[in-house]
Design a protein. Structure first.
Length: 272
């Protein structure tokens, strides 16, 4: 691992940065979630998770529940389930319908085999000890229970990485600038099965490929700007790079009518 990626890993998992800045509220998470409204095909992620839980009765815990998008949907669709939301960031839990608690995925405040399903959606890449968190997921879920995990591919939104490097290069006057931080690289769709396979005999991956098409730069700019908690990790002035990216996008859309971003996310269903 290079010095740079080690520093990025430390920043992606730094608890005070996560709880105090990145997920202190849901502005930045909501900007990332909302870009998918321009994706084709559109996936109803909470609906897919609810469907995967159709055979589950009893208790479901959502670890790293964020702004409660999944909990909210499960409350509506499956009111009989006993839902619990856990997150390390108190600020983001404020708007989640309870019960919720502040807790770390590597030390779950739950008894062994005490839940029927656990969710860890787009969050394991933020955990410093991923194998320890996977062991905790396995410990708290009942023998015949399910664990549902999600993350993004290493190839996800490559056009945004490219746009960042072009904009950063323009700001620095260096051609192509340094790469932006990748949040999901530590636990990408490609890496996830090996981590999960340490505890679960069956790991089924459901890939969700798509293309986001925008004719207005702002949703893409809001997505890029949602990395502001990691602005210091970019070796380039963050705001200036965002402004340059906006100008590149305006020009691209004027010439081509739209800007396209290819996406690859996925859900992993884990059973023993
Ligand atoms: C990208 S958001 C995902 C939120 C939600 N699961 C979703 O998919 O919309 C990651 C969430 O995981 C939380 N998180 C990060 N590290 C954690 C940890 N070690 N234990 C519990 N939650 C954590 C963050 O505070 C944040 O709310």
């Amino acid at each position: 691992m290079t010095e740079r990626s080690a520093a990025h890993d430390a920043a992606v998992t730094d608890r005070s940065r996560l709880a105090g800045s990145a997920y202190n509220g849901d502005r930045d998470l909501a900007a990332r979630q909302s870009l998918y409204q321009w994706q084709t095909p559109r996936y109803d992620l909470p609906g897919i998770v609810a469907e995967q839980l159709s055979g589950v009765r009893g208790r479901v815990v959502d670890i790293g529940c964020g702004n409660g998008k999944f909990i909210q949907r499960l409350r509506d669709d499956r009111p009989e389930l006993a839902l619990l939301g856990l997150d390390i960031a108190p600020g983001i839990l404020a708007s989640v319908p309870g019960p919720v608690a502040v807790a770390d995925a590597t030390r779950l405040p739950l008894a062994t085999a005490s839940v029927d399903a656990a969710l860890a959606l787009h969050m394991l890449y933020h955990v410093p000890g991923i194998p320890q968190a996977v062991r905790e997921l396995s410990r708290v879920v009942a023998r015949d229970g399910a664990v549902i995990v999600s993350t993004n591919s290493d190839r996800d939104k490559a056009e945004l990485d490219d746009l960042w490097q072009r904009a950063a290069g323009d700001v620095l006057g260096t051609g192509r600038g340094p790469a932006r931080i990748s949040l999901s690289a530590r636990f990408s769709l490609e890496k996830a099965p090996a981590f999960l396979g340490e505890e679960f005999g069956r790991v089924e991956t459901i890939e969700l490929p798509g293309t986001i098409t925008v004719q207005d730069p702002e949703p893409v700019i809001a997505h890029m700007a949602s990395y502001r908690a990691w602005a210091d990790q970019h070796d380039v002035p963050f705001e200036a790079t965002i402004e340059r990216a906006r100008a590149i996008l305006v020009d691209h859309i004027a010439r081509h009518g739209a800007f396209e971003v290819t996406c690859l996310g996925g859900i992993l269903i884990c059973r023993r």
